[in-house]
Design a binder for this molecule. Sequence first.
Ligand SMILES: [Cu+2]
Length: 256
Amino acid sequence: MNRTPAVALATLALVASGGALAPAASADSGTRDTLRLQAHLDPVPFSKVKGSGTATVTLTGHRATVSVTAHGLLAGAPHAQHFHIAAKGQCPPASAARTVNGMKSVFTTDGAPFYGGIGTSLTTKGDTSPASGLAVDRFPVGPDVTYHRTITVSAEAAESLRAGTAVVVVHGTDVNGNGKYDDVLGPSDLDPKLPAEATNPALCGPLTQAAKGPVKGGLGGSQGTDGNTLAVAGGAGLLAAAGGVFLLRRRPGRAA
Ligand SMILES: [Cu+2]
């Protein structure tokens, strides 16, 4: 009997679907499988951050349960945190830094060729899109971060997480060690109304696929937060500057 090319192709397809195709070749199963990612967060060069952190992500479809723990950040100050996506999946090296006022520093956009732009804002409540990237009244307050939340990520973010190019970045530095965000590095490259110290990257870690098996804290995700809600002086949604110094106060975060 002669096999027609069509039959041969069908046979090949059957064999392939039962075998070990690369995940990218099967779009549907590739997006429905649960993926577990983890990152170790290290200080960005010249950030003067002494701390470190970890992050875990459990992704099913577009649902992501995210945990971030970190320490050694500026106390009493908000720390924006994001998934940066769709670039090299790397943290910036020292060579990415610029020099401002005689000091080297990696600004957020200096790291973009390595970790990409903001894909997901890891806020404590509400919107998680890139539009909330600087919604600092909805980010954890230092010195420690204990963050746990289940969110829906964009198609672009999910794709980057699966491709291994997503990076967790926690922002907010105090390079002159005076206990507050000030203008020592000039204005932020993200928003000139903010000081660069408030938005420059502090901790960074590429998300890589975790080993198979149970993931601590990865299941049964709730909408929990670190319990901190930051109230910015003046009540504005973003950092309010007064004489170059950020006046931040806490108030109980149980409004709703
Ligand atoms: Cu970021």
